[in-house]
Design a binder for this molecule. Structure first.
Ligand code: FDA
Length: 325
């Protein structure tokens, strides 16, 4: 039902005026400028959250466009430090030119990573669709080999390959491995990915368990109760949790702003009540903060990729009183 409604909303959204889309996406996007993202983070810091910040925009069509992202992320790092915000950054490798010119893309990411390392800021490589999976993992491993260890990848529970990717990355990086696990936003074909709700949840939970059993740091990125419940049970089984030191034999490398071996992560504007409850129970909670001029393209692309998100957007539109971030 929600899928059908989602498709209907997606169908009509390109016809809606931009200001309507902007109004709807206001809850999920922290504005167009660094100063607006900073203001949102300062406000949400009072709720005990920390952050990862994403400059909106994805695959670029020519390498010059990468310059924009390098400069914007540099300015963002400076603002995070100047404003003393508990935040790291999330980047999309394709925005740095990885799929246009691999070498140049790597160079661009390395340049940013060096800058982030100087300020002790962690860089998360968001995971895009399956065309970028191998390259994204390789970027992470290549940077670690160069001694730039302030970087980790996102893996997607829905992909069949993910358990194998976790084993490979853990073998190579040991306690320096730092993951975000999510279901995966991209609707991938059924020869490489689970496509139904329950199998996606089961696969994501299995990946989460494997990460927790290894020496890696785990960012648990979901708003879905069955995954959160499973994560809480898994943490208990591992004797991990708030106020507990990570009991694993070879615990993950300590990094600025990280929790005791794990943290929960949620998107700006989604299930704030649940995030606040997790924080109240003592868990480290991180909010993903997207901002930037490309909010329109981002919102529309996300909606096309996964129409169920449109249903949530429609609910926001129809029930604005529920619009608390
Ligand atoms: P699900 O979609 O089932 O949502 C559970 C419930 O949460 C819904 O029933 C609804 O109540 C609420 N909800 C979810 N989305 C909502 C919305 N937009 N508005 C209002 N309510 C909403 N994916 C990827 O492929 N690569 C990546 O790098 C990332 N990075 C990432 C970072 C972070 C911090 C998060 C939380 C998620 C991602 N994702 C991602 C997206 C992820 O893969 C997944 O598509 C979404 O989180 C939705 O899946 P859930 O597990 O939240 O469950």
């Amino acid at each position: 039902m929600s899928r059908l409604l989602g498709r209907m909303v997606v169908g009509t959204m390109p016809l809606m005026p931009r200001f309507v889309i902007k109004w709807v996406s206001r809850r999920y996007v922290a504005g167009t400028k660094i100063s607006e993202a900073v203001a949102v983070m300062k406000k949400l810091s009072d709720e005990g959250a920390c952050f990862t910040v994403d400059v909106l925009g994805e695959e670029i069509t020519n390498l010059d466009e990468a310059e924009f992202f390098i400069k914007e992320y540099n300015d963002l790092i400076e603002a995070i430090i100047a404003e003393d915000i508990d935040a790291n950054i999330s980047i999309k490798p394709t925005a740095f030119g990885l799929l246009i010119d691999r070498e140049k893309g790597l160079q661009n990411i390395q340049e940013l990573l060096v800058k982030a390392k100087e300020s002790d800021i962690f860089v998360r490589l968001d995971m895009e669709d399956h065309r970028a999976t191998d390259d994204t993992i390789e970027v992470c491993l290549a940077m670690h080999e160069k001694g730039l260890t302030n970087i980790g990848v996102v893996l997607q529970g829905r992909l069949f390959r993910t358990l194998e990717d976790i084993r490979n990355i853990c073998n190579k990086l040991g306690p320096a491995a730092d993951f975000r696990i999510c279901k995966g936003i991209y609707l991938e074909p059924d020869n490489i990915a689970h496509t139904q709700y329950r199998p996606i949840i089961d696969a994501t939970n299995e990946c989460l368990d494997l990460m927790l059993q290894s020496s890696s740091y785990v960012g648990i990125a979901t708003h879905d109760i069955p995954v959160i419940k499973h994560a809480l049970a898994s943490l208990e089984k591992q004797k991990m949790g708030p106020t507990l030191d990570d009991p694993r034999e070879n615990p993950p490398v300590k990094r600025r702003g990280k929790g005791p071996g794990y943290e929960f992560q949620m998107l700006l504007g989604v299930r704030g009540d649940l995030r606040r409850k997790l924080h109240k129970d003592g868990h480290r909670t991180r909010i993903y903060i997207p901002y930037g001029e490309r909010w329109y393209e981002y919102s529309m692309r996300r909606l096309r990729e996964n129409p169920t998100v449109a249903w949530h957007v429609a609910k926001t539109f129809l029930m604005p009183w529920k619009n608390r971030r």
